[in-house]
Design a protein around this ligand. Sequence first.
Ligand code: PMP
Length: 385
Amino acid sequence: METTSINSLSQMNLFDVYSVSDIEIVKALGSLLWDKNGKHYLDLYGGHAVISIGHTHPHYVSSLTEQLQKIGFYSNSIVIDQQKQLAAKLGQLSGYTDYQLFLCNSGAEANENAFKLASFHNGRKKIIAFSKAFHGRTSLAVASTDNPAIVAPVNENNNTTFLPLNDIYAFDQAVNNEVCCVIIEGIQGVAGIQIPDDTFLQHVAQKCKELGIVLILDEVQSGYGRTGKFFAHQYAEIQPDIITVAKGMGNGFPIAGVLIAPHIQPRKEMLGTTFGGNYLACAAGLAVLEVIEKENLMENAQLMGDYLMEQLMKIPNIKEIRGKGLMVAIELYEPCAPVRKRLLEEFGIFTGTASNKNVLRILPSLAVTVAELDKLLNALRILLK
Ligand code: PMP
C-alpha cells in the first residue's frame, strides 16, 4: 500500500494575523508568563484585557476540568442550568437583575446581535458611533469602527455617522428620530483609553430615551470590574438599553454576552449561535464571576489603578495619564514602540499599545499586586529619565 508522508503533501500555512514578536508563551500563573526557554515575564496587558482573574487561577482550572469530565458540549437547543446560574450571577454582580442575557462567543458577535436587536426594536437603520471607536471585525462591527485599516467594501454604503467623543453640540446636531441606535464604549480602549464624560453619557442617554433610539454600551473591554465598577458606564449612573460583554468574561475561554433591557424583546429565532453558552463556556464564565466576588477584585482594580496612576504622575516625560481602575493609558510625547520593546526585552514586562501609537496601554489582571506594578514603575523611571 502506498503511504503519503506529511512532507510530500503541499502544506497549509498559517495566516499570521497579529504576531509582533517570536516569544512563545507556554505556561502562566497569575500575572506571570513563561516562554519555552523557561524565561519568565510579567503580563500587564492580560492578552488585551482578557485575563480578568489572573492566568490559571485554581478555581477556574478546577471548574473547567470538572465540567469537561462530565460533558463539554451537547446541543445549543436545550437550556442548561449553568446558563441560568451564569445569568443570575452576572445580574447580581452587575446590578442588572432584570435584564436578559444572550450568550455568544466574541465581542464582535455580541455587538452584531446588539445592532440586530436594536433595528428589530425600532425598525430604523441609522447608527451613531464615535471617532476612533473599535467594536470588532464582523460586518456591522466594522461599519461602526472608526479605523482606516478596518474597513470592508461591503460596508462602503453604511449607515454610520461618527461623531467626536464628548461633543454634546455635535451629538444634538446629528440625532433625530431616524436613528436606530447609538453605540459607545464604556471607555474607548483601542483608541488609547479615551473616557466619555459622565455628563456626556447622561446627555446621550437622555436624548436616546426622548427619541426612541436604542443606546448600546460596548463594555467588551471596559467591563467586568476592570474600572472598579462592574461596568464603566455605571460611574455616570446611566442605564443603557443593551450592554455587550466579552474579553474578561471567560478569562481566556471564548464567551461573550448581550445584556438586554426588559423593554427590548428578542423573538425566538432572532438570535442564535451554535457554540454560545456551552457547558465549558458557562463553567469558565461562572468561575470568573465567583473569583471576582470572593476575592474582591473590583475593589482591588480600583485600589491598584489609583496607586498606578498616582505613582505614574511622579515620572517625568509622560504627556498624559488617563484611566479608571486597571484600564490605564500612559501617553508619551512620541511613539511608544521603543519603550515598549525595552520593557519587554530588558525588564520582561508585557504592555500594549493603541491606535494612537504614543500610548502604552496597561490592562493587567484585576488581581495584580503593588509589587507587580512597582516593577513597571521602576522600569519606566529608568527608561523615561
Ligand atoms: N469591542 C471592544 C470595545 C473591543 O475592544 C473589542 C476587541 N478589542 C471588540 C469589541 C471585539 O471583540 P472580539 O475581538 O472578541 O470580537
